[in-house]
Design a protein around this ligand. Structure first.
Ligand code: AMP
Ligand code: MG
Length: 326
């Protein structure tokens, strides 16, 4: 990272006066409003997201969770609210939140141009839904947001207005195996049992001019709460949406495991310390509905819509791995 960029981040009280950022934040404001309006029309209820709790999402690709001392008890800052989404859908069947997440990402993510250590997701969950249904919802939501922002922010979008096209639905779908084959044909060989590495994901994204899905990641790549495929339990009922033009991952989501015995089995396979999940397992033992849902990163969406080189240009107070900025 250049010293100029470091200065930009550490002296944010100066760089925040820049006009470009004002435009970006206006676009971000319209983006969030458009998502809220869309989801409310679809019958969703917005809740206030949790920020701390006894346990949080362990499926965060090598990032570290943050633990605080909560009156003598170790508590986590939310890395995502997945466990709480499974709680709330027992009473609200279509729910979303603008959820803040903290993840101490590995230092090398400072170079991906799409990782923050503090970010927000629009995180939603639908009781009794399938992957297919929430993916279709995600497609409509993204198209709606782009249409709205294009019509409301013509001045702020400037030149980007010309290249920002509303994508064609349905979006292309690849399985994880197909995505790995595409990469192989480009001379990029990756292990078949993990997440797609950041640079490979970017290359795949760069090879597309429209957003596309990757489904059915291997069980070994993801958190315990994703449901295994019935016909092939080594793979999951899950998906990522990838932005085109090198912007990389937009959404992760899938169908959740709701069966107690299966869930405990998965937690053990993933090496989880089961004793940390007291309330969660008590709740699942009592019974929760099956569900599917996803999270879309707000800052990454802003970066994509505005066509920004770096995610930190989409955030008023950016936090990047290893950089103690305001
Ligand atoms: P995940 O559950 O890790 O897939 O996160 C869900 C969504 O949040 C991703 O698809 C991204 O859009 C966004 N996201 C995840 N990690 C980060 C990060 N470190 N910085 C910014 N956005 C992120
Ligand atoms: Mg993901």
């Amino acid at each position: 990272m250049s010293s100029e960029l470091l200065e930009n981040l550490k002296k944010r009280y100066l760089t925040i006066r820049n006009n470009g950022l004002t435009n970006v934040l206006k676009i971000q404001d319209e983006t969030i409003s458009a998502i809220r309006t869309f989801l409310k029309k679809e019958g969703f209820i917005e809740i206030l997201a949790p920020i701390i709790g006894p346990a949080t999402d362990p499926g965060i690709r090598g990032a570290k969770q943050v633990t605080i001392n909560y009156y003598g008890v170790p508590f986590k800052l939310m890395s995502s609210m997945i466990l709480y989404k499974q709680m709330i859908i027992t009473s609200i069947p279509k729910v979303f939140a603008l959820s803040p997440n903290i993840r101490l990402e590995p230092l090398e993510t400072a170079k991906t141009r799409r990782h923050l250590t503090e970010f927000r997701q629009i995180d939603l969950e639908v009781a009794h839904a399938t992957c297919k249904e929430v993916m279709e919802l995600g497609e409509r939501m993204l198209c709606h947001v782009i249409d709205e922002v294009k019509s409301r922010c013509q001045m702020e979008l400037g030149e980007r207005l010309k290249s920002l096209k509303t994508p064609q639905r349905p979006f292309k779908r690849y399985t994880y195996d197909e995505a790995i084959e595409i990469l192989k044909n480009k001379g990029i060989t990756i292990e078949r049992d993990g997440e797609i590495p950041w640079d490979a994901e970017e290359a795949l994204s760069r090879a597309h001019s429209e957003p596309f899905w990757i489904t059915n990641y291997p069980m070994t790549a993801r958190g315990f709460y994703y449901m295994e495929k019935e016909d092939n339990p080594a793979f999951l009922e899950d998906f990522d949406l990838i932005y085109p033009e090198g912007f990389g991952e937009a959404i992760s989501g899938g169908q959740r495991e709701h069966r107690y015995v299966k869930l405990v089995e998965r937690m053990k396979k993933n090496g989880e310390n089961i004793s940390e999940y007291g309330w969660y397992l008590d709740m699942v033992r009592m019974g929760i509905p099956p569900s599917a849902g996803f999270g879309i990163g707000v800052e990454r969406l802003t970066r994509f819509i505005c066509g920004l080189e770096n995610i930190w240009d989409a955030v008023p107070f950016p936090k990047i791995a290893g950089i103690p900025s305001p």
